[in-house]
Design a protein around this ligand. Sequence first.
Ligand SMILES: Nc1ncnc2c1ncn2[C@@H]1O[C@H](COP(=O)(O)OP(=O)(O)OP(=O)(O)O)[C@@H](O)[C@H]1O
Ligand SMILES: [Mg+2]
Length: 254
Amino acid sequence: MSAVLEVINLKKSFGGLVVTSDVSLSMATGDRVALIGPNGAGKTTFVNLVTGALRPSSGEVRLRGETVTKVGPTGRVQRGLVRSFQVTRLFQDMTPAEHVGLAVLQRTGNSGRLFGNFLTRTEVMEEVDHLLEKLGLLPLAHRKVREIAYGQQRLLELAIALALKPSVLLLDEPAAGVPQSDTSRIEEALANLPSDLSVLMIEHDMDLVFRFARRVIVLAAGAVIFDGSPSDVTKDARVREAYLGSYAHASHVA
Ligand SMILES: Nc1ncnc2c1ncn2[C@@H]1O[C@H](COP(=O)(O)OP(=O)(O)OP(=O)(O)O)[C@@H](O)[C@H]1O
Ligand SMILES: [Mg+2]
């Protein structure tokens, strides 16, 4: 099967610091990939390069065969590449329905014209309600974001991402900052993502990684040191070594 996302020899330096060191990988339809690695390994930077938030020093990004290295973030979203952020970027005074509604309008190219009254448009609201319902957020549709729990805000981010109808979804620590008691709802939402969507998830919680991923990629000091099955990653000597310096317990990755 042809690749949905291809990253070829991607490099990025900040001054003298090499943060992305010749990274190549590809993802096919329906992939479930976990991108792991110690703090500062370059995981978020990699996502920023792939989405176009950052320009690479060299290398190439392709979406469904099209080179998008010079295409901006919005153009990549239009081509089906959508991300979520390590820390939520929601508007505190807006409601979940408004957030998801705007995302639907952005996708359909109506965001400028309809802002303000789209909540009265039936076809938009049907889609908004459907997405919020799927993520268990419908009862909160018209509350302000500041009034809902952080775990629910993270679910809302997923709803916004899905409203953009992605073919590739990059999730930067979707459960970060969420109390343990609420992570199961996020995990359930991840398990229910469309099966034809290619998902790459950055995550530190190894239990979540092992339940979610069918493939694990390990970044250390900007380079891919492992790309393979979840069962092999725990046995890999280089992976263990990379984690030893950053976690108190080497068993974290075992
Ligand atoms: N804009 C920037 N300018 C300079 N250095 C940067 C910049 N952004 C990131 N870095 C550096 O690049 C390295 C990788 O950072 P990045 O945020 O990608 O790591 P990460 O793997 O996402 O870490 P974490 O697990 O803590 O989220 C770090 O050393 C960081 O300090
Ligand atoms: Mg990060």
